[in-house]
Design a protein around this ligand. Structure first.
Ligand code: GLP
Length: 243
């Protein structure tokens, strides 16, 4: 595991974008696993800039997103479909048919999970998976207690996660109780993983993730067992700096 501490969020975003850009330049048909949340926004901005400058071509890229809320329509601004469209897909030349995000309004959610997993298998697996970190140590929406052997599945969100994600919803708006997420097994099968961590409240969790026991109580701790992980940490994740 390679841990890189960056001076600030901008540097974290720049370095993350460079890692993804290098992977795309080395392999124009890269299969990318992507994340949402506030943390990767800066990375997406740099990737879009590289594309606009003519450095990157997304025309042969295939992407798979980690997760999506159940019951939220892709056109709803709260959906991860919408987020991806705004932050990346709508700004670069990735063919829409190459973009895979679990559909949280599918009539048969279990079938949706099965097809999503099959689509990953069909392209030979994810080559580079970008991850963020939930305040409670979740990756994707694999909450504490997650099953190490899980593939894409339906999950109940913890109150903690719903509270943490309430910042994306206006007061009075219903925060989803369920989501579809790649499982721990799906994530661990990626050839390479890039974990991005920024946010004052994540320091203690990150210390547990990187140096604590490998336990489903802290789902991201499983990454200690992955052969090729790079962790980019914004040093403003202050509690981590103090440990
Ligand atoms: C959500 C997503 C995760 C993401 C996490 C952290 O819960 N399901 O994939 O990593 O939020 O988000 P942020 O980067 O906004 O802190």
């Amino acid at each position: 595991m390679k841990i890189v501490i960056t001076e600030n969020y901008q540097q974290l975003s720049q370095q993350a974008a460079r890692i993804v850009a290098k992977a795309i330049l080395a392999n124009p048909g890269l299969v990318l696993g992507l994340a949402t949340g506030d943390t990767p926004r800066g990375m997406y901005r740099y990737l879009v800039a590289f594309y606009r400058e003519g450095l990157l071509d997304f025309s042969q890229i295939t992407s798979f997103n980690l997760d999506e809320y159940v019951g939220i329509d892709p056109h709803d601004p709260h959906s991860y479909h919408f987020y991806m469209q705004e932050n990346l897909m709508g700004q670069v030349n990735i063919p829409p048919e190459n973009v895979h995000i679990p559909l949280g309004v599918a009539a048969d959610l279990l079938e949706e999970c099965r097809q999503f997993e099959q689509a990953i298998e069909r392209v030979g697996g994810i080559e580079l998976q970008v991850l963020g970190l939930g305040e409670n140590g979740h990756i994707g929406f694999n909450e504490p207690g997650a099953d190490w052997g899980s593939t894409t599945h339906l999950v109940e969100l913890t109150e903690e996660t719903r509270r943490a994600n309430s910042r994306f919803f206006s007061p009075g708006e219903e925060i989803p109780k369920k989501a579809l997420t790649m499982g721990i097994k799906t994530i661990m099968q990626a050839s390479q993983i890039l974990l991005l961590v920024s946010g004052e409240r994540k320091g203690v969790t990150l210390a547990e993730v990187l140096f604590g026991p490998v336990t489903p109580r802290v789902p991201a701790s499983v990454l200690q067992l992955h052969p090729k992980v790079t962790v980019l940490v914004d040093q403003n994740t202050t509690q981590f700096r103090q440990i």
